[in-house]
Design a protein around this ligand. Sequence first.
Ligand SMILES: C[S@@+](CC[C@H](N)C(=O)[O-])C[C@H]1O[C@@H](n2cnc3c(N)ncnc32)[C@H](O)[C@@H]1O
Length: 293
Amino acid sequence: MLVSALERLCSGCRRGVDGTAGGGGHVAVLVKAGLAVLAIDRDEEAVAATRSRFAGDDVTVLHGRFADAAVRRDIVRFRPDFAVLDLGVSSLQLDADRRGFSLRRGIALDMRMDPRQPDTAADFLAEISENELTRVFREFGDERRAAALAREVIRRRADRPLATSDDLVNAIRAVLGPRSGTPDFARLFQAVRIAVNEELSELQVGLPAIRDALAPGGTLVVLTYHSGEDRIVKHAFRDWARSCVCPPSQPVCACRGEPLGRVMTKKPTRPTVEEIAENPRARSAKLRAFRMT
Ligand SMILES: C[S@@+](CC[C@H](N)C(=O)[O-])C[C@H]1O[C@@H](n2cnc3c(N)ncnc32)[C@H](O)[C@@H]1O
C-alpha cells in the first residue's frame, strides 16, 4: 500500500526527487512511472548501489544530505514536481554488521549513515554530557527511566568506554531490569542513532527547503518510523495548509496569508498486513503527503 500510495501520488508527474534513495526501491517506482529522477543519499554505499542499479535510466545520483545547502541548490535547479523522503535506516545499513547499527552481539557501535562523519556512536557515548544523554533517551527513545540510564552509561564509561552493542545492551538491561528485551534495546539504539546522525534537525531544515523547490502543484511525500519524525512532518504540513500564520495571541488576522497547498493524507497511510509480513521493518511506517497549490 505504501508503494501503491506512492504510485498514486506521483502519477502525472515528470521529475521526481528521492531524498533518501537507500536500496533504490522508491527510485524504481518513480522510474517505472516515467519520471526523471534525482536520487540522494548520505550513505556512499547506497549511492554506489543506486548508480549501478539505474545506470541505463534517467536517474542522477548525488551523495549528500538532503538538507545540505549544496544538495538543496541541486534540488532547486532540478525543479521537481514530486519528492519523497523515506526516513531512518535502510536494510542495507541495518544488516551489515560493520556499519554498527545492529543489536546483534559483538558489533562495534558505529551507526554513522555517512562514514565521512567524524563521530561514531561509541564516540558520541564517550563524550556526551549526562543531561544531554538523558534528553536523547527521553525524547528520541520515549524512555521513562532516561535519567537513570544516562547515569548508568556515564558510570560505566568511567571504567571502560562503551564500544560494542553488548556494552550498550548491558547498560540498558542494568537499568530496565532482566525483563527488558529486544523492543527496549531497539528503541534505545534508535535514539542513539537519531542523535548521532542529527536526523530530526536534518528533517526540520530539509522539509521546507524541498517544499520550496517543488514546482507549482508538486507533491511531497514523507514516510516516518518514529514519533518524533512524524510529529515534525504532521505539524509542518498542518502549518503549510493554514491560511493565517499570525501568532495565536493576535486577535485579528493581519498576515492575509494564503495556504501553500493542502494535506493529501488526513490520517497517515499505514502498511497493510501483507506488506508487514513481507517487510517487518515497515510495521511502524506512516506515510503523509502534501500537495502545493
Ligand atoms: C529507509 S532507507 C530508504 C529506503 C529506500 N526508500 C528504498 O526504497 O530502498 C533511508 C535511507 O535514507 C538515507 N538518509 C537518511 N537521512 C538522510 C539525509 N538526511 N539525507 C540523505 N539521505 C539520508 C539513509 O542513508 C538510508 O539509505
